[in-house]
Ligand binder design. Structure first.
Ligand code: DON
Length: 313
């Protein structure tokens, strides 16, 4: 099959990375979370996970970065496993917004005022509030356990400096929380919820870890031929669907047309992509476009999708 050539064409992939790298100079590293500003603008790394191993890599794949919004896919999985679809979707919707990821506008103009989906910040904060556990430490440890299973990497942890830096400056996210608390979407102590959310966003991975998570989601929640169902099939399906409709925020429609692969981005520059029943892709390129997606990562995925006919549509 043509997509498996993605695992064999090392020279072609490296040439495509070099081509995509040219776009890094047109992007901007996120600095609204101060600790993220030190990332290397010119970095671009890429890994593909297939058939229970990493098959292709290019660029500095050991470079660590924080999940940021990519964590929203994993907390959604955990909340769904914890309390079920009905309860989760009574507090967060299923529709794309067409607005930036941190927008507050639809919370006020949409009735009832529950957030429209779990991938925007408001929705993700509501989802984080649904993770079960009697303390934040217990909730965070449960989340880390899931990320360790998904990556197959027992040493996964979170970056304390990035978490603290976001916690100290998350005024917009605080506003979203207070708005939702006023309207009964969340009941939590806002500071406590933000502490957990900023730690979740600061979970640290490299491209190979990210590709492995993408692969498990692509393959109905398990590593092919293994026993353990890490995420139930129906939940893996929900995650992929949100990745298509909301994964790249207000660029999701264009991304679906140009690339056509379920994917999720984060402001640290990560993109995780899941080719259904196939491979997982992890990309790290911290220079972002104006919508908060890795500029070179998007170009690279577009090129790969065209060359290897990866679109699911
Ligand atoms: O809440 C925030 O703003 C960040 N921790 C995550 C946002 C993000 O990654 C948006 N992605 N492109």
């Amino acid at each position: 099959m043509i997509i498996y050539m993605l695992c064999e064409d090392q020279d072609v992939i490296e040439a495509m990375i070099e081509e995509a790298k040219k776009y890094t100079s047109q992007g901007k590293v996120a600095d609204y979370i101060p600790a993220l500003q030190y990332a290397n603008q010119n970095s671009l790394a890429f890994a593909v996970y297939s058939d229970a191993s990493t098959c292709t890599t290019a660029g500095n794949i050991e470079e660590q970065f924080t999940l940021q919004s990519i964590s929203k896919v994993i907390t959604l999985a955990l909340a769904l496993m914890d309390i079920g679809e009905e309860e989760v979707f009574s507090r967060v919707g299923m529709e794309p917004t067409g607005d930036p990821f941190n927008s507050i506008i639809k919370l006020e103009t949409h009735s009832p005022s529950k957030p429209l989906n779990p991938m925007i910040n408001a929705g993700a904060l509501a989802v984080t509030s649904m993770i079960q556990g009697s303390t934040n430490d217990e909730k965070m440890n449960r989340l880390l356990d899931l990320v360790r299973k998904l990556t197959g990497n027992a040493s996964i942890s979170y970056n304390k400096e990035v978490a603290q830096s976001e916690y100290d400056t998350a005024f917009l996210n605080r506003s979203l929380c207070y708005f939702m608390k006023e309207h009964g979407v969340i009941e939590d102590n806002v500071e406590s919820l933000l502490e957990l959310y900023t730690k979740q966003c600061a979970i640290e991975v490299n491209c190979k870890d990210l590709a492995r998570i993408g692969y498990v989601i692509a393959n109905q929640g398990k590593v092919v031929n293994s026993e353990e169902q890490i995420i139930p099939l129906q939940i893996a399906r929900i995650l992929k669907t949100f990745m298509v409709t909301c994964g790249m925020y207000n660029a999701s429609g264009e991304f679906a047309i140009r690339v056509g692969i379920p994917a999720k981005s984060g402001v640290s520059g990560g993109i995780m992509a899941s080719i259904p029943n196939g491979m997982g892709i992890g990309i790290y390129g911290p220079a972002l476009d104006e919508k908060g997606n890795s500029i070179a990562g998007m170009k690279l995925l577009e090129g790969l999708s065209k060359r290897y006919d990866l679109s699911i549509f």
